[in-house]
Design a protein around this ligand. Structure first.
Ligand code: HPA
Length: 235
């Protein structure tokens, strides 16, 4: 076990899907995995390992924000020898060119976060997805006939702010949407030579304040869950 994950070594699969929310991890595992077994529940961050179409996959919670996913992804990569992590989450669109329920495969994550610099000496304000998962997701989406935007996003440390302008780093790096985790996931994967991708569903359109309702969420996130699982088969 690691500090924040209590699964015995060997009970976490080589490929892990990481939603932010523990109850979403539970829902995906119970809906899509065969023989799903709860392998860790430290801090109620549930991790389940089971089979998807015969392949062993773990689904667990990253928590919210770069510091939290920075901890879980590091322990998964280094203590459990995980090779691939696909974050699955939601994002807010900065532009009305994106619509509610659109899917995003993150190319570069841009951030004001100092995580990459102070953790690993990685400079610059954006980090690319790592390894082949991004391309696998792109190919899998095409095969399944899912429309997907392959673009940059802003990994912000801030959810609530007084300023309504799009933050400078997001403009500079041409980010179409904002979430809060991809940057430190990609930083850890880059430092450790591992594979990491981030797949997002647009849950709100920031300029118009449109939002997916709580009732719509479960159904809305289905295509993303299925795409992530199908892509995981190819990793
Ligand atoms: N900001 C940050 N993260 C998010 C948002 C947002 O507006 N929507 C969904 N995840």
């Amino acid at each position: 076990m690691s500090i924040h994950i209590s699964a015995p070594i060997g009970e976490i699969a080589k490929t892990v899907l990481l939603p932010g929310d523990p109850l979403r991890a539970k829902y995906i595992a119970e809906t899509y995995l065969q023989q799903a077994k709860l392998v860790s529940q430290t801090r109620n961050a549930f991790y389940f390992t089971g089979l998807y179409k015969g392949k062993e996959i773990t689904i667990g919670a990253s928590g919210m924000g770069c510091p939290s996913i920075g901890i879980y992804s590091y322990e998964l990569f280094t203590e459990y020898q995980v090779d691939n992590i696909i974050r699955i989450g939601t994002c807010g669109a900065y532009t009305t060119d994106l619509k509610l329920f659109d899917l995003i495969n993150v190319d570069n994550a841009a951030s004001e976060s100092t995580f990459a610099k102070y953790a690993w000496g990685i400079g610059g304000s954006s980090i690319k997805h790592q390894g082949k998962a991004f391309n696998v997701i792109k190919r899998t989406a095409k095969k399944l006939n899912f429309a997907i935007h392959n673009c940059n996003v802003h990994s912000s440390d801030i959810f609530y702010r007084k300023d309504t302008d799009i933050p400078r780093v997001a403009v500079k790096k041409k980010c179409l949407a904002v979430e809060m985790e991809a940057f430190s996931l990609f930083a850890n994967a880059r430092h450790l030579g591992k594979t990491a991708a981030t797949l997002l569903t647009v849950s709100d359109i920031i300029p118009t304040h449109e939002k997916i309702s709580a009732d719509e969420r479960e159904k809305a996130l289905k295509p993303m869950m299925e795409l992530a699982l199908e892509a995981a088969l190819k990793l």
